[in-house]
Design a binder for this molecule. Structure first.
Ligand SMILES: Nc1ncnc2c1ncn2[C@@H]1O[C@H](COP(=O)(O)OP(=O)(O)OP(=O)(O)O)[C@@H](O)[C@H]1O
Length: 280
């Protein structure tokens, strides 16, 4: 297996040297063909991490490499699916034109655009809706258009930021299974961020658990649950065990008391004094 994404010592501080440290010393790898989930508490820095990986934000420390190339700016072979499908689709373009839009800006010709949009729309079950407009579709169908649009670009890495958080529970299950099917079909490498523990375990080959802000990786958990089924898998002993493990990690890390900046300064002053008095 080759490494698709490598994040090394990644950190970001908003607002300069005295500003807010959102993520800290984050390191992990995603292998080609893997579906990895990142799960972390609210406000821990998940979006900051995704924006750094997608080149939308220049991190203040560390590096990101996509198939061995440093990410500096938005890579052309990366696609992102956001939570808010209603804002990421163009309401004045048909479903097909939405899917073809990024292909056009990548210079792909008309016939190939049509071939790819036919293929991905078929795969997400929207072949019949190609001529409709996003506002004529349900929320779940709109998110399927976003997924189709991302897949049509044949991305080396598909980033998904809470992609199923805005749909009802039944649709969420359907979309999770759809993602598992299409990632197999297109042999995609996926990094998906969620705050839903069950979803992360259901989908992933590997779950990275993040600490509270500033986020760092507290666990890297391989998931080996075989073929997924919404009822059988979620009832299995291994699933229940993994769910407790992730929940415990999230709880423990979230409950750890955080020192205030003032307390941190005092502690540093004490350490400096101890160092001084230890000198001969
Ligand atoms: N532009 C910014 N300037 C200053 N601080 C910021 C900025 N963007 C985010 N932050 C802070 O950085 C921390 C991490 O934010 P981020 O949005 O990455 O977290 P998140 O895990 O995606 O949040 P959520 O779970 O609510 O989606 C938060 O404390 C947030 O207030």
């Amino acid at each position: 297996m080759s490494t698709m994404l490598e994040v090394s010592g990644l950190g970001h501080r908003y607002g300069g040297p005295t500003g807010h440290q959102a993520i800290n010393e984050l390191s992990f790898r995603v292998e080609a063909g893997e579906l990895a989930c990142i799960v972390g508490p609210s406000g821990c820095g998940k979006s900051t991490l995704l924006r750094s990986i997608s080149g939308l934000l220049t991190p203040t420390s560390g590096r990101v490499e996509l198939h061995g190339d440093p990410v500096e700016g938005v890579p052309s072979d990366l696609a992102v699916v956001f939570q808010d499908y209603s804002r990421s689709l163009f309401p004045w373009l048909s479903v097909r034109k939405n899917v073809e839009f990024p292909l056009r800006s990548r210079g792909i010709g008309r016939d190939e655009r049509r071939r790819r949009s036919d293929e991905v729309l078929e795969w997400v079950g929207l072949a019949e809706s190609a001529r409709k407009y996003p506002w004529q579709l349900s929320g779940g169908m709109q998110q399927r258009v976003s997924i189709a649009r991302a897949l049509a670009c044949r991305p080396a890495l598909l980033l998904m930021d809470e992609p199923f958080a805005s749909v009802d529970a039944q649709t969420r299950f359907e979309l999770e299974d759809l993602l598992l099917r299409v990632r197999k079909q297109f042999d995609s490498t996926v990094l998906l961020v969620t705050h839903d523990i069950d979803e992360s375990i259901y989908l992933a080959d590997r779950v990275f658990v993040l600490s509270k802000s500033p986020a760092s990786i507290v666990a890297d958990i391989p998931v080996d649950l075989g073929e997924r089924d919404q009822i059988v898998t979620r009832e299995s002993e291994e699933f229940v065990h993994l769910r407790s493990e992730v929940a415990r990690l999230l709880q423990v890390r979230s409950a750890e008391p955080k020192r205030s900046a003032e307390a941190e300064r005092w502690a540093e002053a004490e350490r400096a004094e101890a160092r001084e008095s230890a000198q001969p």
